[in-house]
Design a protein around this ligand. Structure first.
Ligand code: AMP
Ligand code: ZN
Length: 460
């Protein structure tokens, strides 16, 4: 079966044809680690995971790279506003490095709890400073840059396809058209963007590196072009991100990448729509926002939220409300109970094609879920066959539908061994070791109960 994917570059549903026959290269813009991710951010990562797993279900080997933005991202996606990392550091009275470390861990906690597969290539933006400088040097040699006021800028007048993705009317790109909005007087054109800052407007900028352009730090867009090209070379299949990245970030990524290589860079631009609330787009800069941890503190399971997301299409805006989440929670609990009540799996190919068809049609998870329910209702199929078919569907959706039963024997043995070791450590009064083992068990999702009769455990 072939995948049909909507391409933001052509505004069409296209047959997906990778550069290499059975391998797909995907780049994902990663999180800016200055605060917790909100559940809107996580919607985008859930949709990307569905893309990856659908490709894998269709037989492709997926190679995927993602950056962790720990430098350069200002509150405006262009060159205006405050430095997000500095904001985080100031808020919490920590260094930017501590902030980056803490929120990267927090991000992957959410990521794992949503059962998302980690990209095989994960790179921190700050680990590639020399690569950015070399990249800028090539752009400079090819005549795409200029220096003004101490900064190095990309000159969009040298790249006529600048509005290809954003479709911004050309007259809006004229010099001076938005001078009132973008006050950087060093720019020849307000849409030119910074590749290297030396004239930092932030006195307390902690992240600075020596370079041939002077001591400073890179513009935000560079990291994605450079990390993606390090991973895949000058061309790749799919570039993912939230829809908000079209007008500035992805537009600038294309301009610098294609100027650097002289050829087309990405074949499919894939964008996920926003999660919105009653006030509009959910955003971290608004101050208060919903995180996965907050939902959990209210008694929701990450899978309740994921089930809520999969009920709608990734290219539609989705309105978040607690009423809708409650509805999803209830439906998901019923669905999971029905799945767990099924007999042990009996091999069948039934429903696989029916399930894959909507998934392969621009990742229609809502229709795929309908197929899953049809399978449960089917009177022709045995309970074990249903279990097999739905487990296979869940290998793509990753809702953990059979999770309570899914503690396999090896894991069970390992847990039992750890519980025993902890018991012995306590007898030895080695409480440090006992606590260490308990922490490991908790990380595995094991809940331990100590009583006079001994220790019992269960999975959370
Ligand atoms: P950030 O950490 O702010 O760089 O954003 C991480 C990802 O989340 C990006 O791909 C954004 O486009 C995406 N994103 C930001 N806000 C939302 C939202 N409200 N709904 C869905 N995705 C979002
Ligand atoms: Zn990016």
């Amino acid at each position: 079966m072939k995948l049909k994917l909507y391409n933001s570059l052509s505004l069409q549903l296209e047959d997906f044809v990778p550069l290499r026959e059975d391998r797909v290269s995907i780049y994902t813009c990663g999180p800016t680690v200055y605060n917790y991710a909100h559940i809107g951010n996580m919607r985008t990562y859930v949709s990307e995971d569905i893309l990856v797993r659908t490709l894998e279900a269709l037989g492709y080997k997926v190679e995927r790279a993602m950056n962790i933005t720990d430098v350069g991202h200002l509150t405006d996606d262009g060159d205006e506003g405050d430095d997000k990392m500095l904001l985080g550091a100031k808020r919490e009275k920590k260094t930017v490095w501590e902030i980056a470390d803490y929120y990267t861990k927090a991000f992957f906690k959410d990521y794992d709890e949503l059962r998302l597969k980690r990209p095989n290539i994960l790179e921190k933006a700050t680990d590639h400073i020399d690569d950015y400088v070399n990249f800028i040097k090539v752009l400079e040699e090819k005549g795409f840059t200029y220096q003004a006021g101490g900064n190095v800028y990309f000159d969009i007048s040298k790249f006529p396809r600048y509005n290809e993705l954003s479709r911004m009317p050309l007259e809006n790109l004229q010099i001076g058209a938005r001078e009132d909005v973008l006050p950087d007087k060093n720019k020849k054109n307000p849409f030119d963007f910074v590749l290297w800052f030396t004239q930092s407007k932030f006195d307390n900028q902690q992240m600075r590196w020596d370079s041939i352009y002077g001591e400073g730090y890179p513009g935000w867009h560079l990291e994605c072009s450079v990390i993606a090209m390090n991973a895949f070379g000058p061309r790749m299949d799919i570039h993912c991100g939230g829809i908000d990245h079209i007008p500035t970030h992805h537009t600038n990524e294309i301009a610098q990448s294609e100027s650097y290589t002289g050829e087309k860079w990405v074949n499919y631009w894939w964008h996920a729509e926003w999660l919105i609330d009653n006030e509009g787009k959910m955003s971290k800069s608004r101050g208060e926002f919903l995180s996965l941890a907050y939902l959990k503190s209210l008694g929701y399971d990450p899978m309740d939220y994921k089930y809520f997301l999969l009920g709608s299409h990734y290219r539609r805006q989705l309105l978040f409300s607690f009423e809708a989440l409650d509805g999803a929670k209830e439906a998901f609990a019923k669905l999971k109970a029905r799945c767990l009540a099924l007999d042990p799996p009996v091999k069948t190919s039934a429903y696989w094609k029916a399930f894959l068809t909507p998934m392969a049609t621009d990742l229609n998870t809502a229709n795929a879920l309908t197929v899953l329910y049809d399978c449960l209702k089917d009177t022709e199929l045995s309970s074990g066959e249903k279990a097999h078919a739905i487990r296979r569907m869940d290998s793509v959706l990753q809702l953990g539908l059979f999770e309570e039963k899914a503690i396999d024997d090896t894991l069970k043995e390992e847990i039992e061994k750890m519980v025993e070791e902890r018991h012995l450590a306590k007898l030895d009064k080695n409480y440090g070791k006992a606590d260490e083992i308990r922490d490991k068990l908790v990380a595995l999702g094991v809940q331990i109960k100590d009583s006079k009769e001994g220790t019992t455990w269960e999975m959370n």
